[in-house]
Design a protein around this ligand. Structure first.
Ligand code: ZN
Length: 430
């Protein structure tokens, strides 16, 4: 089905061979050209010639976000600086920014990966793609835009926020595809609904990226905008940027570009592979990245692999949506909780909206309490609240093994944001 930007292998049986070649290239390139990687590998007692099969991947040392910060301003640099044609940066929550550099080949590879996302989402050259994400140092704007141009669709770089401009362009330019964060998608959908302009739009698809997204949020956005297809695009600056895969139109998970990187799912504590289908930390090794190659980079993102053949027929492997980050994980009464689990429970409760906040507090009795504030969906009345609260509390108890108090709020009462919405509030002192 992917014709213009197909996988670089013919059948799943060919993938290990392709990945092994890429792994050998990356390890040898990094060892020869990066003092950082050479030191790490020597400390681990492994040399490029030791990497003979995919099993040898586990002999390689890990790379972390701290390594990127320590190497500021050009961490993991493995080429002459004259080869660098661009840098991007992701905002760190603490300390120095992470800066990643790109050669021209890195940029070209990224754009092919991104163009493949548009192809998989079923776009054509007729499409008009309104890109409502941040530009500049952040990778999102450049990725979505240059990917659209590479693919051959019309890019409309409207940037984030500015709902008035967004609605004007949706109408005047008859945009067919919107790309944004899930939070921005919700804001825009509610604005389109409030203005009553839905039926005058030509929107067909929404591509959501850069933020964890729940089924309930997708349902609200789909409803209010009147679009048929909503896609989820994962990615991180360290692995080029957004566009490392795309959710399948059969809603059977996210196909990821295993011909550009190896994805391991490891237990964040033991760093051993998790059992098939279990949740683990996404650890990346790139196969052809020149300027800042990644070897076993710990992303802290959590997901699970999805095995078997996809009903769409695509041979690229699949992982589930991002379920949270291992450093967002909350320890509550001895149980590990990550926000994606709350999303999963809420998406199965009829009448629950997409917006919620989870508050963790320690009361005077010394006990920890979890309070879940959940909005009702738009069309649901107050009379449904009690039953909904009971169903949510029982779903949390059943799936997360903890008790919580549930408060149902009217639709629209929790704050919206143009970037990423904060959902977890932990006021306990440790
Ligand atoms: Zn599929």
């Amino acid at each position: 089905m992917l014709i213009r930007f197909p996988p670089k292998y013919r059948s799943p049986a060919d993938l290990p061979h392709l990945q092994r070649n890429g792994l050998q290239w990356t390890v040898s390139h990094a060892f020869r050209n990066s003092p950082f990687y050479r030191d790490r590998m020597e400390a681990a007692g492994v040399r490029p010639e030791d990497i003979r099969s995919m099993d040898d991947l586990s002999r390689l040392p890990f790379t972390t976000a701290e390594d990127l910060r320590d190497g500021y301003p050009f961490p993991l640099l493995s080429v002459d600086s004259r080869e660098i044609v661009r840098v991007h940066s992701s905002s760190g929550t603490t300390g120095k920014r992470k800066i990643l550099c790109y050669t021209q080949k890195d940029i070209d590879d990224w754009l092919c990966m991104f163009a493949r996302c548009y192809e998989m989402a079923g776009l054509s050259r007729e499409d008009r793609v309104q890109i409502c994400v941040g530009y500049g140092l952040w990778t999102a704007g450049a990725g979505f835009q240059l990917g659209a141009e590479k693919f051959g669709a019309m890019a409309i770089p409207s940037g984030p926020g500015n709902l008035d401009l967004q609605c004007t362009f949706l109408l005047d330019l008859q945009t067919t595809v919107i790309c944004c964060t899930a939070s921005m998608g919700l804001l825009l959908a509610e604005e389109v609904h409030a203005r009553g302009i839905r039926d005058r739009l030509s929107l067909r698809k929404v591509i959501l990226g850069a933020e964890r997204v729940s089924d309930a949020m997708i349902a609200t956005i789909r409803d209010l905008l009147g679009v048929k297809e909503v896609y989820d695009i994962p990615g991180l600056t360290e692995v080029y940027g957004p566009g490392t895969g795309l959710s399948c139109r059969h809603e059977s998970g996210i196909h990821y570009w295993a011909d550009y990187y190896i994805l391991e799912l490891l237990d964040p504590d033991t760093l051993e592979p998790v059992a098939p289908g279990e949740v683990g930390e996404m650890v990346y090794t790139t196969l052809g990245k020149e300027a800042a190659p990644l070897i076993r980079y710990r992303s802290r993102d959590l997901t699970r692999l999805i095995g078997g053949e996809c009903p769409c027929g695509c041979i690229l492997p699949r992982h589930d949506r991002i379920l949270g980050r291992s450093d967002d994980m909350i320890v509550f009464r001895g149980v590990n909780i990550y926000p994606g689990q709350v999303d999963e429970v809420l998406s199965r409760v009829g009448g629950a909206g997409s917006e919620y906040q989870a508050h963790f507090e320690r009361r005077e009795d010394g006990k920890d309490h979890m309070i879940l504030k959940v909005e009702r969906a738009g069309a649901v009345g107050e009379s449904a609240e009690d039953a909904m609260a009971r169903e949510i509390a029982s779903g949390i108890k059943h799936n997360l093994m903890v008790s919580c108090q549930v408060e149902i709020l009217p639709y629209g009462s929790l704050p919206r944001s143009e970037r990423k919405t904060r959902r977890v509030f932990d006021s306990r002192s440790y």
